[in-house]
Design a protein around this ligand. Structure first.
Ligand SMILES: Nc1ncnc2c1ncn2[C@@H]1O[C@H](COP(=O)(O)OP(=O)(O)OP(=O)(O)O)[C@@H](O)[C@H]1O
Length: 248
């Protein structure tokens, strides 16, 4: 095993996902090898329908591969039982979705707290963690608001706080800025930069190459295959510089 693989938080080998059968078969992910190292931010970009979301779901155990292997912290997750997989998702992975997926009847702090409770914290610890995280994403003053009373950018910041509530090994974000305007996009990107600085491992799927340019490493996907890899060296200035184009 190589050093890179030794240090991988996430590791995929020959990963494949088929939908449908016969004439209607779609090979959404077609033999992906990937290593994501601790502390890395990796962006996956590519045209609509190339398999980005499917890949992210396989990496986070939201869906099962048709073939190949996925490991999280050196432990296979593609062949474990449903209960073990659900536990792993609750305790070790943070998800951020384009459409936020907050629970509309719960306040901002309750959304984060629920996730911390499900990860196994005591009620008191879960509340404390939720309050800390809302503070960290700049929303301490919105803790008691329902999602419907928050802007899109604020909702996504709550979703990021929720994703962090279980201190995940990796945060998987699927088009996290896809529903946001430029100002809110900048807020969320700043947040991701802070996470990156603090050593959080991140995989971000995005349509937007300018957003992908904020990562350490950019992977391009075409027809279910990762076809290109670009190591980016921008640092913080370069990352924010890449966002200037958002004002177009
Ligand atoms: N549940 C499903 N059943 C059948 N086909 C599916 C299913 N989910 C995805 N697909 C197909 O798999 C392929 C990859 O879809 P996926 O959503 O992963 O692409 P994507 O790159 O994330 O697209 P987008 O950028 O538009 O979100 C597409 O051809 C899609 O139609």
């Amino acid at each position: 095993m190589s050093d890179a693989a030794d240090m991988s938080v996430l590791r995929a080998r020959g990963l494949r996902k088929d939908y449908g059968k016969g004439e209607g078969l779609v090979r959404a992910v077609d033999g992906v090898d990937l290593d994501v190292r601790a502390g890395e931010t990796v962006a996956v970009t590519g045209p609509s329908g190339c398999g980005k979301s499917t890949l992210l779901h396989l990496l986070g155990g939201l869906d099962r591969p048709s073939g190949g292997e996925v490991s999280l912290n050196g432990r296979r997750i593609d062949d474990i039982g449903e209960r073990a997989l659900a536990r792993m998702r609750r305790t070790d992975v943070g998800f951020v979705f384009q459409a936020f997926h907050l629970m509309e009847e719960l306040t901002a702090v309750e959304n984060v707290e629920l996730s911390a409770l499900l990860a196994g914290r005591s009620p008191r610890a879960a509340r404390r963690r939720a309050e800390e995280l809302l503070e960290q994403v700049g929303l301490a003053d919105r803790a008691g608001f329902l999602p419907s009373a928050l802007s899109g950018g604020q909702r996504q910041r709550v979703a990021v706080a929720r994703a962090l509530s279980n201190e995940p090994s990796v945060v998987l974000a699927d088009e996290p800025t896809g529903n946001l305007d430029s100002a809110a996009t900048l807020d969320v990107l700043n947040l991701f930069e802070n996470l990156h600085t603090s050593g959080q491992t991140l995989v971000v799927v995005t349509h937007d190459a300018r957003i992908a340019a904020t990562a350490d490493r950019m992977l391009s996907m075409r027809d279910g295959v990762l076809v290109d890899e670009t190591r980016l060296t921008g640092g913080t200035t370069g990352r924010l510089g890449a966002l200037v184009g958002l004002e177009d």
